[in-house]
Design a protein around this ligand. Structure first.
Ligand SMILES: O=C(O)CCC(=O)C(=O)O
Ligand SMILES: [Fe+2]
Length: 301
């Protein structure tokens, strides 16, 4: 059996945030979502909000640069270009408390409030951040997958807020299968290095690798992205990319959010992030000491 280490992933520093960092977080500002954007997100499982985080692009690029310059100083760096392949496909996650630009984004941007509104939740709990960089020349496709089966959480009220940090033509941007978040099917997670399925012994899960060819063109949502353009998508929405070569570096900063009904669950195999010893049992909310609730909706009823 191949482990995630052989697939480019490695564990470096402890991912756990210190209590002091959580205590220092401020109450972030509030965001007024357009009802039509929420409706698109609920119906399609993805919505593009142009330019909404343009003001954060320079700071997030600086944070990502730290992450990439010294990858082993941060948790879970991963390189997903196969040996001998061109370019670089880097990702890393669970470093929001170590990289000041990421911490500032969570504390001072309206991301938490935005997440709360789109999830139709009373609260927004931070799961983690996840950054991506494909360098020019990279031909490694992001394999089609959805994020929920990678995670040790389950439920319906969730969202990823994915901020593009570079101009990205639609051809190489992450693309989505509209409506797939409602299918109730779960597919095995896949390694980004080679698209192979994780080894999981769950009879309820299927392999998406054989399905890709059946996706209807009219259901694919692919967007050209400017820096600051932001995609909000459900943890269940299938997404991936083509293998078209990257012409110019394309970076992205994503935060993953849990709404009221999201609870800890145990998967039958490896999860990503590989979070251990959380002190909770299946069905419980994720512990706030590690996954802070950054937004609470004012109670109106
Ligand atoms: O940027 C990419 O190619 C992959 C992004 C992705 O899979 C995610 O944000 O969940
Ligand atoms: Fe993903």
């Amino acid at each position: 059996m191949q482990t995630s280490k052989e697939k480019g992933n490695h564990v470096t520093v402890d991912w756990r945030p210190q209590a002091q960092v959580i205590q220092r977080l401020c109450t972030p500002p509030s965001y007024s979502a357009q009802p039509e954007d929420i409706a698109t997100f609920q119906k399609e499982g993805v919505v593009l909000i142009p330019g909404v985080f343009t003001d954060w692009v320079d700071r997030l690029r600086a944070g990502l640069q730290r992450n990439m310059d010294q990858p082993d100083d941060y948790a879970f760096p991963c390189d997903s270009v196969a040996p001998g392949g061109k370019g670089r496909f880097f990702d890393s996650y669970c470093n929001w408390h170590r990289i000041p630009e990421y911490t500032a984004f969570l504390s001072d941007s309206f991301a938490a409030s935005m997440a709360c509104g789109f999830m139709a939740s009373h609260s927004a709990q931070l799961f983690h951040e996840h950054v991506f960089c494909k360098d020019s020349g990279t031909r490694t496709a992001t394999p089609w997958h959805h994020d929920l089966p990678y995670y040790c959480v389950d439920g319906w009220q969730n969202v990823s807020i994915y901020i593009s940090l570079d101009f990205t033509p639609a051809e190489t941007a992450v693309r989505f299968l509209a409506g797939s978040h409602r299918s109730e099917k779960l597919y095995f997670p896949r390694h980004f290095l080679d698209g192979s399925d994780y080894v999981q012994d769950d009879p309820k899960m299927a392999s998406v690798t054989t399905l890709e060819d059946t996706f209807r063109e009219e259901d694919i949502r692919a967007f050209e992205l400017q820096p600051g353009d932001t995609l909000l998508f459900d943890f269940r929405t299938l997404h991936g990319t083509t293998a078209a070569p990257i012409q110019q570096q394309r970076r992205a900063f994503s935060t993953r959010w849990l709404g009221d009904d999201m609870v800890y669950c145990e998967r039958t195999g490896e999860t990503s992030p590989p979070l251990k010893d959380l002190g909770v049992t299946p069905g419980m909310r994720m512990p706030e000491s590690l996954f802070p609730i950054l937004w609470q909706q004012a109670c109106t009823d």
